[in-house]
Design a protein around this ligand. Structure first.
Ligand code: GLY
Length: 343
């Protein structure tokens, strides 16, 4: 099998500027009826959100290319940004909540519809692996806070400090402003090198990853430190099955990034999969999900972002401009995909 190629479209504009602007959907997936330049991926394949998805996909690919299971692939992939100390929106070094606590959210779901998740997990660097243990070793789906930590420690996960000197410094800088207005990507928007439009290359949050293995089985993973400077106890969409992640092996899978509250309100990833079940292409399903959010949200906040990523069970995909993603399969050619944005 030839080497996979990772390829990324830089997200140049994710949030529409100014009043009335709103979310943009990014998506990967597709179907025969796809409207704009569908590109068929070979099996196995993996897609994930943002530019850090390139490294995550490479880890997932190591599993998939040897005939491994999609579930193992997405766990391996999600662990990459979780361990990346330069990444302030996933895993260790993620920016903390308003009170300085680093807390992480993650979920995982497999081809059987089994799933596990953790929310508000502190002191454990790899929430995705704890989520998998919840799925495989408990009768439950979601563990939160101290209970999730207790479970992780009982399972042998190492307790560690999640904040790095850099993330602590950024939190202290934020505290100086004495304001409480957490927004997605505020870490980059306010304190990062990229002070420009949210949506540029260095501006990202959740890792959502969807994989389709050589057996045709789907799995997904979603992991984040959530909104920087969030209210303590706030949980976003990422650990909520049906919001941040949903997998149905008979149809496809979806995951999300951006303002989790909006995705939870709309049962976003479940909605995308259900729309695909009704015959929409993944592209159109993602678009419809974003448009529903737009219709409901405009009065609440004109400046927010939401992105969905979806894959059909046959592994075809398409891309929409305005959303950065990484993708790889067994093909050895880099593809540049033209796409569009909408708001
Ligand atoms: N999408 C990540 C969050 O809202 O926490």
């Amino acid at each position: 099998m030839s080497n996979p190629q990772n390829f990324v479209l830089d997200r140049r504009r994710l949030i529409g500027a100014g009043a009335g602007a709103a979310a943009t959907a990014g998506l990967a997936a597709g179907a025969a009826a796809e409207t704009a330049q569908p590109v068929k991926l070979q099996l196995p394949c993996v897609v994930s959100t943002w530019d850090f998805g390139v490294a995550a996909n490479a880890a997932a690919w190591k599993v998939l290319s040897k005939g491994g299971a999609a579930l193992d692939a997405v766990e391996a992939g999600a662990r990459v940004p979780e361990a990346d100390l330069k990444n302030h929106s996933v895993g260790r070094a993620g920016y903390p909540d308003r009170d300085g606590h680093g807390s992480l959210d993650a979920s995982i779901m497999d081809q059987k519809g089994d799933c596990g998740a953790v929310a508000g997990l502190e002191h454990i660097a790899h929430p995705i692996s704890v989520a998998r243990r919840v799925m495989e070793r408990t009768p439950h789906v979601l563990l939160v806070g101290d209970g999730a930590l207790q479970f992780a420690l009982e399972q042998g996960f190492r307790r560690e400090e999640l904040l790095t000197p850099e993330s602590r410094k950024a939190w202290k800088a934020w505290l100086k402003e004495h304001r409480y207005h957490p927004v997605a990507n505020s870490e980059v928007r306010t304190y990062g090198k990229d002070l420009g439009t949210p949506g540029s290359k260095t501006n990202h949050d959740t890792l959502g990853m969807l994989a389709l293995d050589a057996h045709g089985d789907l799995s997904g993973a979603c992991t984040t430190s959530g909104m920087a400077w969030k209210l303590r106890g706030r949980v976003g969409d990422s650990p909520i099955i049906g919001a941040g992640l949903y997998v149905d092996n008979a149809v496809g899978a979806a995951t999300s990034t951006g303002v989790g509250e909006e995705v939870i309100r709309s049962c976003g990833s479940f909605l995308v999969v259900e729309l695909m079940r009704q015959g929409r292409s993944p592209r159109d399903a993602c678009r419809e999900a974003v448009q529903r959010i737009l219709k409901r949200n405009v009065a609440r906040d004109p400046d927010f972002q939401v992105g969905f990523l979806a894959i059909s069970r046959v592994g075809a995909w398409a891309v929409q401009k305005g959303f950065s993603y990484a993708c790889c399969d067994a093909a050895s050619q880099t593809r540049i995909v033209e796409s569009e944005s909408f708001s």
